[in-house]
Design a protein around this ligand. Structure first.
Ligand code: NDP
Length: 262
């Protein structure tokens, strides 16, 4: 009988997660024998649930809201990128049953940009938002050697803290949304959750030019509210986060299985 390795996405809520479909498709493509399910974890029972699933023989997990920080605290070892993100979206159960925590969101974004033939080397990047998603992608973004990254957030203190923390890795500045240095940015990344509510971060339209790459980490059927607004300002390159979702999953699959999905 063929052994089937068990994986799961852990979150609350989790019913809308596309992870099982994506990973089972990867497994089919690469002929890996895995099972993958979604598990809704009680808000106050994350640690016990993970321990129980590990004892049951699960080999790895994707972690989604609201447990990424708890997963960061729980694991025995962290990859460098998870240390910078201070959040874990991928857990690998090692052979001795200890847990390796990783964060694949940043590499997912970079790979998706590359697939769209967008490079960040010496580019001026505007990063909107300073919460979990922004933190998770900052170090991988800086590793691409942009000329600068300006972080702008509705609550400027959070942006200032992030800029200070990551300034050792490149040129990083920060402000609130209304004080962004006046220039046209090459790449504008929306890592706020404004699009979830159909809103747009209140930034000046002069920051966007026809050649600006506008990327919303959020995704939906059709253009997000942010991308629609960017289009109205004349931007031609509009990308949503669906590709990032697929690519971060591909990286998790690689962490678990050692197999690249093409
Ligand atoms: P959070 O809810 O933690 O982020 C909130 C951030 O958005 C804060 O910076 C907040 O500012 C800002 N914000 C919220 N509403 C507005 C608004 N109306 N105007 C301006 N700023 C606003 O979410 P995450 O950091 O976890 O995720 C951010 C986005 O990234 C989400 O849309 C999520 O779906 C997406 N994402 C996509 C992934 C993918 O694979 N494609 C992976 C991870 C995330 P303030 O601090 O002032 O409150």
């Amino acid at each position: 009988m063929t052994n089937v390795d068990k994986y799961a996405v852990l979150g609350n809520p989790v019913e809308h997660s596309q992870s099982p479909t994506i990973h089972l498709q990867f497994a089919k493509q690469t002929q890996q024998h895995i099972d993958y399910e979604k598990i809704c974890v009680p808000q106050d029972d994350f640690t016990n649930t993970v321990k129980r699933l590990v004892a049951d023989g699960y080999r790895g997990f994707n972690i989604t809201l609201p447990f990424k920080q708890q997963a960061y605290q729980l694991v025995d070892q962290l990859t460098q990128r998870a240390k910078h993100a201070k959040a874990v979206n991928t857990i690998k159960v090692l052979d001795d049953k200890t847990l390796l925590g990783d964060n694949t969101d940043g590499v997912g974004l970079i790979t998706d940009l590359q697939q769209h033939h967008i490079t960040l080397n010496q580019k001026n990047v505007l990063l909107l938002g300073a919460s979990g998603a922004a933190r998770g992608i900052l170090y991988p973004l800086l590793q691409q050697s942009p000329a600068l990254i300006h972080i702008a957030n509705r609550s400027p203190d959070k942006a200032n803290r992030l800029a200070k923390e990551f300034s050792a890795f490149g040129t990083v500045s920060s402000s609130d949304l209304s004080s962004i240095p006046s220039q046209t940015f090459d790449v504008i990344l929306n890592a706020t959750s404004a699009s979830v509510e159909g809103q747009v971060p209140a930034i000046a339209n002069s920051l966007i030019g026809a050649e600006s790459v506008c990327y919303d980490l959020y995704y939906q059927q059709g253009l997000t509210s942010f991308l629609r607004w960017c289009q109205q300002q004349g931007a031609k390159t509009l990308i949503d986060g669906h590709g990032m979702l697929i690519q971060q999953a591909a990286e998790s699959f690689y962490v678990w299985r050692g197999v690249k999905v093409s």
